[in-house]
Design a protein around this ligand. Structure first.
Ligand SMILES: Cc1cc2nc3c(=O)[nH]c(=O)nc-3n(C[C@H](O)[C@H](O)[C@H](O)COP(=O)(O)OP(=O)(O)OC[C@H]3O[C@@H](n4cnc5c(N)ncnc54)[C@H](O)[C@@H]3O)c2cc1C
Length: 480
């Protein structure tokens, strides 16, 4: 008997662990461990839990139709997984375990404990790097160190994929008679315990089949115009596939494969190439996280920035969370996040930079808040995006990057459509004043004035970052 251990890879297609298990000798079964405690510890949004559990329910049915029973066991948290997996292996006479590798620290520690447990039982475990396109430790600089600058990483990433990419596929003719989905009741019980507002869940479709349809629609309708339109939040120009990618209902290999096929069409080539670049960012942050464990301890990527003294102002933070900062684009974005569980990429940068640079609040507070609301909440991408925006991360020109929230608004929501939708108090304003409503305060008595001025932010930020760099260098010198 072979076992596929499912985690954030809730699909049947383009799944090497399942493919290899089916090709090994003997029947195949699958298992998923519910770990509510871990979700609580990581502050995972209820909406994301809903997406995962419903996707798991669909996966169980899909596997059962292929003759593979999916067991769903309640482990509570990661610490009980090795013992429970060991018992399952013993009871079912399992010879090999197959899984998709995960890279955050807690997950790696869980997997090391499992590997040890299984070794003691004489059972092997095989991991596959299917949640990324390029395995995280594969690409190295000339000095043998991990890449920390995206542009250099991307060049090598392109070359590696050109030489090595292969889309995993299910082996033909290995499907046996349908069986029962044995974990069905456990998933249903877990779903019953969730408390998520229907106004949120009605916006999303969980599961592998919905993700595949979404990819198809995106590629046929929007991929060609992706580069041109992707920065405008009022347009349906990006894929919204981040949730499927992070829960593994869709594989990055399927996305890459689909986009590469479009590259043959000259009209769509530019958009496809640009979108592939976003898949590279996704890999980039995963390899950073895998190779810098301090990120999993809540530490900054640039060590000197751990010396920054952030303000700890609850009223400013609260105004940001609730979309009451007086900056229309920031407020519209924050309201979109809370009302839908998702936010456009440009606005994630704008809001994250605003919290960390204008309000001078610790980026970790914002990172947590995003995680508590995002349906696509993903540790590597969220941490990478937050640290990039706060200039504590991998941005190659960090100190001087302070987005002007008014200019961003005028540029990326020129007609004010996105703002008018999410901040209805402003919808009667024309497309000039909607970006700076404080210029006509009598027209918008219910909308707050800016909680902090934009003027002076760049200077203060630059000073603070220079200060900690000097302090850090001195400390290093003293230590040496
Ligand atoms: C502060 C901040 C927080 C973020 N938090 C998350 C998060 O929790 N989960 C998450 O999946 N993404 C996160 N991102 C990255 C990005 O904003 C989202 O992936 C993107 O908005 C999802 O929309 P989409 O699927 O339509 O993307 P598309 O534009 O269609 O891009 C295709 C895919 O590429 C990946 N991708 C795109 N941009 C990035 C990026 N900058 N970094 C890493 N991967 C990327 C995503 O998987 C995305 O689905 C964050 C970015 C910032 C600045």
């Amino acid at each position: 008997m072979n076992l596929v251990w499912y985690r954030n890879d809730l699909r049947v297609h383009a799944h090497r662990a399942l493919q290899e298990a089916l090709q090994a000798q003997g029947p195949v079964m699958a298992v998923y461990f519910l770990c509510d405690g871990q979700w609580d510890e990581h502050g995972v949004a209820p909406l994301r839990r809903w997406y995962v559990l419903h996707s798991l329910a669909e996966l169980g049915e899909q596997l059962a139709q292929r003759g593979i029973p999916l067991h769903v066991l309640d482990a509570g948290d990661f610490s009980r997984v090795p013992g429970m997996l060991g018992s399952l292996v013993r009871e079912q006479g399992i010879q090999q375990v197959f899984c998709t590798r995960e890279y955050p620290l807690n997950e790696r520690r869980r997997d090391e404990a499992v590997a040890l447990q299984l070794k003691q039982q004489g059972v092997s475990i095989r991991g596959f790097d299917d949640s990324v396109l390029v395995p995280p430790t594969t690409l190295r600089t000339g000095k043998g160190t991990p890449y920390t600058v995206f542009s250099a990483y991307k060049k090598r990433w392109d070359v590696w994929l050109e030489q090595h990419f292969a889309l995993p596929s299910l082996p033909d003719g290995q499907v046996s008679k349908p069986v029962a989905f044995v974990g069905k009741v456990a998933v249903e019980d877990a779903i019953d315990k969730l408390d998520v507002d229907a106004s949120l869940t009605q916006l999303w479709q969980p599961g592998e089949q919905a993700a595949a349809r979404q990819l198809e629609q995106f590629v046929s309708r929007y991929l060609g115009g992706y580069r041109k339109h992707r920065d405008y939040p009022s347009l349906p120009a990006t894929s919204s596939l981040s949730t499927a990618l992070s829960a593994g209902t869709l594989s990055p290999a399927s996305c890459f494969h689909a986009a590469r096929q479009v590259m043959a069409d000259a009209g769509a080539r530019d958009g496809a190439a640009c979108w592939i670049g976003e898949l590279a960012w996704r890999d980039f942050y995963r390899q950073i996280m895998a190779q810098y464990p301090r990120l999993s301890w809540g530490r900054a990527f640039r060590p000197e920035t751990d010396l920054l003294e952030w303000d700890n102002d609850d009223s400013l933070f609260q105004a940001w969370c609730e979309g009451r900062t007086g900056y229309p684009l920031v407020d519209a974005a924050m309201r979109q996040l809370v009302a839908t569980g998702w936010m456009h990429n440009r606005l994630r940068m704008v809001t994250a930079m605003f919290l960390s640079k204008h309000l001078w609040q610790d980026w970790r507070r914002g990172e947590d808040f995003f995680m508590q609301h995002l349906i696509d909440g993903d540790f590597a991408a969220n941490n990478g995006g937050w640290q990039w925006s706060a200039s504590t991360g991998t941005d190659a020109v960090p100190y001087f990057r302070v987005f002007n929230p008014i200019r961003q608004s005028q540029r990326f929501d020129a007609e004010g459509k996105f703002i008018a939708h999410w901040v209805p108090e402003l919808k009667a304003m024309d497309n000039k004043t909607i970006h700076e409503p404080w210029k006509q305060p009598l027209l918008v008595p219910d909308y707050p004035a800016p909680i902090v001025p934009h003027a002076g932010v760049r200077e203060r930020v630059t000073e603070s970052f220079k200060g900690v760099k000097q302090a850090y260098d001195q400390l290093q010198g003293v230590d040496a």
